[in-house]
Design a binder for this molecule. Structure first.
Ligand code: NDP
Ligand code: 2IT
Length: 446
């Protein structure tokens, strides 16, 4: 890293010492940008990188709600509008008890590059709350979402900032959030949120898009290296939105998915995961993955989610959460013959794990490229809302496939052009950076 990039990173470390996830993502991106900064001295002159690591704005709000027993609770909500240079702020909301500023900021920073890579006009944002949805009734979740939107609605809009789902926020929550937005604004502005239900302007294939897109991207990467999903053994962590539809598409492409997990443990089903059962447990009944083994003879349940990476596989698709693959897990994957890791979750591999993949020559699809299908399809949902029209499942799915193929080539070409052929992580950082950077330069210094 050259002196300018090192000074930007040092400054971030000083200011955000208590936000390790944010420092981690900034370091990962800056470590790819040296050849770009050397080629374009104009970026340093206007301190473009110093600007890019600082959110345009980030705010905190109080969210008060009442549980079913009449007890009141107070949570914190956040929205980080990280970078609006190339479009309205766009990014999901995460409801999870361990959410704090550092998580929202790291996700907003990643989102800025990811959204740029989609080729669509969307800026980067993220939001969420330390509300824990586990074990809450529908009515409790509804009251929480209503209160959250009451605090947020003035600061978002179809051309301003467009939230969507992330961990703990799916179709049910988006419905409650949009219901409250509509009630408060008194206008029909359904482009304000994506991931909506089909009856009020959601897009077909949005639910599937992150997992499907991950497999489309991975398929491109595998084929460029003489491999494919066909006949491959796959391990997928998580059993939420991303994991379920990654499992569906990988299976359609000929793979056998043998394990999935949740935060408590994992199931190993050597015959291949029965996805209908996972959907029933997770999407309908909201239960634990442990119950898969109780209902499915031949499957084993193991307490603790990290050991899922000890299962031999050809392809690993981490689709749960940040830093879920550490150095030891990465070494196990390599020892057991894994040839590719493609990230469905945001930042699921620690820097040490990535170093292990690199040293072993694994194919590596970084999150901000590989999981961009979700937000890309959110942008397609926004387009349909603007047109007051909706496309068929096939139309959206085809667009998604093309977007992921283009995105793969953009990342691969950028890596090649800047002297790091085959390094999709560097390529994604560079390609994502260039579009946002150019727009910021065009606007002049403000
Ligand atoms: P969901 O809330 O639908 O599912 C999350 C899953 O991960 C659950 O099965 C959860 O289990 C599990 N999980 C949580 N923590 C851990 C852990 N420490 N170890 C193992 N499993 C864990 O979220 P999504 O599927 O939407 O999101 C998953 C990841 O994908 C996140 O990193 C998210 O940021 C990213 N992502 C999501 C997109 C989307 O469109 N939804 C788009 C792009 C990326 P439990 O139920 O026990 O908590
Ligand atoms: O991390 C992500 O890209 C998402 N959670 C999806 C965001 C979106 O706006 O669809």
């Amino acid at each position: 890293m050259n002196a300018y990039l090192a000074s930007v990173l040092e400054n971030v470390k000083t200011k955000h010492g208590n936000e390790p996830e944010f420092v981690q993502t900034v370091e990962e991106v800056l470590s790819s940008l040296e050849p770009v900064i050397e080629k374009h001295p104009e970026y340093e002159k206007v301190d473009l990188l110093g600007r890019m690591v600082e959110p345009e704005r980030m705010f905190t709000f109080r969210v008060v709600w009442c549980d079913d027993n009449g007890q009141w609770h107070t949570n914190r909500g956040w929205r980080c509008q990280f970078n609006g240079a190339i479009g309205p702020y766009k990014g999901g909301l995460r409801f999870q008890k361990n959410v704090y500023e550092g998580i929202i900021k790291f996700l907003g920073f990643e989102q800025t590059f990811k959204n740029s890579l989609t080729g669509l006009p969307i800026g980067g944002a993220k939001g969420g709350s330390d509300f824990d949805p586990a074990g809450k009734s529908d009515a409790e979740v509804m009251r929480f979402c209503q209160s959250f939107m009451t605090a947020l609605y003035r600061y978002i809009g179809p051309d301003v900032d467009v939230p969507a789902g992330d961990m703990g926020v799916g179709g049910r929550e988006i419905g409650y959030l949009y219901g409250q937005y509509r009630r408060l604004k008194g206008v029909w502005e359904n482009g304000v949120l994506t991931g909506k239900g089909l009856s009020y302007g959601g897009s077909l294939a949005r639910k599937e898009a992150t997992g499907y897109g991950l497999c489309y991207f991975t398929d491109n990467m595998l084929r460029a290296n003489g491999r494919s999903f066909d006949g491959a053994t796959v391990v997928i962590s998580g059993s939420g939105n991303v994991a379920i539809y990654a499992c569906e598409k990988a299976t359609q492409l000929g793979a056998r998915v043998v394990a999935m997990s949740d935060s408590a443990g994992y199931v190993y089903d050597p015959a291949g995961i029965d996805l209908d059962l996972v959907k029933q447990l997770k999407e309908v009944e909201r239960r634990r993955i442990r119950e898969y083994a109780e209902r499915h003879p031949g499957a084993e349940y193991h307490e603790g989610c990290r050991d899922i990476w000890s299962i031999p596989c050809d392809i690993a698709l981490p689709c749960a959460t940040q830093n879920e693959i550490n150095e030891a897990s990465a070494k196990l994957l390599v020892q057991n013959g894994c040839c590719a890791v493609a990230e469905g979750a945001n930042m699921p591999s620690t820097p040490e794990a990535i170093a292990v993949y690199r040293a072993a020559g694994l194919l590596f699809a970084p999150a901000k490229a590989a999981n961009a299908g979700g937000v890309a399809t959110s942008a397609l949902e926004m387009s349909q809302n603007s047109m007051r029209f909706s496309w068929s499942f096939e139309e959206v799915d085809n667009r998604l496939r093309h977007i992921m193929t283009d995105l793969y080539h953009n990342a691969a070409n950028a890596a090649e052009a800047y002297g790091m052929p085959g390094d999709l992580a560097a390529g994604a950082n560079i390609a994502g950076f260039l579009k946002v950077g150019d727009a910021m330069l065009a606007y002049g210094v403000v």
